[in-house]
Design a protein around this ligand. Structure first.
Ligand code: SF4
Length: 248
């Protein structure tokens, strides 16, 4: 066992991932692995509601018509203090014409080291999650709200999000995905401008920058608490259903 493992700290991290500053709610769902074969058939209900989040592009990036040219424009960004503490700028990776965009919070230690989004164990789990709903990792585009790692993986600060979010919107403009899957409470509260728990956001369809968006757990949270894999499986099935409804 990891000598640094502290069950109390892990429990607090789990609570924060789901509820932020809200009170704890008991979750008892349990599965062994992220494997559809282990799950009971689900009745997929129609989405509960459609919400509209902010959709304005804050800056004029008109001269960039491709992701490559946009990368060239912004990869030396120093608009917030994270520009001075990062090892690498982490732009995003994947199919530039993807129909699906995956949006996370910010680079972690390994992403900062490699300059690539969702690598390591969490990245592998994300690949498995995508495969379970019949997407290859190369089919989608994966980006974060922040392009630089916050020190000690702390939550992004409002000013950092305000400065960096226009980059993500521009990536959306260039990629033109049909649907977005947002990973984790921190990414969701910032992307959707919703100050509610992840539990309350899951299952809803939002609209971000004109693009239908759903929310599920962050893969790193699933590694900490495998009991959430069943909920994630339910979420991504709903997301696949949404995507199929938008395809034509
Ligand atoms: S986090 Fe975003 S706004 Fe801040 S320096 Fe990095 S790229 Fe620029």
């Amino acid at each position: 066992m990891d000598n640094n493992y502290n069950p109390f700290i892990e429990a607090l991290k789990n609570q924060k991932e789901i509820f932020g500053d809200e009170l704890f709610e008991q979750i008892t769902i349990s599965v062994d692995t992220f494997n559809p074969e282990n799950s009971q058939p689900l009745e997929i209900k129609e989405p509960k509601e459609v919400y509209i989040a902010g959709n304005s592009l804050f800056e004029d990036f008109d001269k960039c018509n491709t992701l490559d040219s946009f990368y060239d424009l912004i990869h030396n960004c120093q608009k917030c203090s994270l520009g001075t503490t990062r090892t690498n700028f982490v732009f995003g990776v994947g199919n530039p014409n993807a129909d699906v965009m995956i949006v996370g919070e910010a680079p972690g230690a390994e992403e900062d080291k490699q300059g690539v989004t969702f690598v390591g164990r969490a990245g592998k789990l994300l690949t498995d999650i995508l495969k379970a709903i019949k997407f290859e990792r190369d089919d989608v585009y994966i980006a974060n709200i922040l392009k630089c790692r916050p020190p000690q993986n702390r939550d992004p600060l409002p000013l950092e999000v305000k400065e960096c979010m226009p980059y993500l919107y521009k990536q959306m403009d260039l990629i033109k995905p049909k649907a977005i899957l947002c990973l984790g409470r921190v990414a969701a509260t910032n992307l959707l401008n919703q100050k509610i728990s992840l539990t309350k956001m899951r299952g809803n369809i939002y609209e971000v920058h004109g693009i239908k968006t759903m929310v599920t757990y962050h893969p790193a949270a699933l590694l900490r608490n495998p009991n959430w894999k069943r909920g994630c499986w339910e979420d991504v099935q709903k997301f696949r259903k949404l995507y199929d409804s938008l395809k034509n």
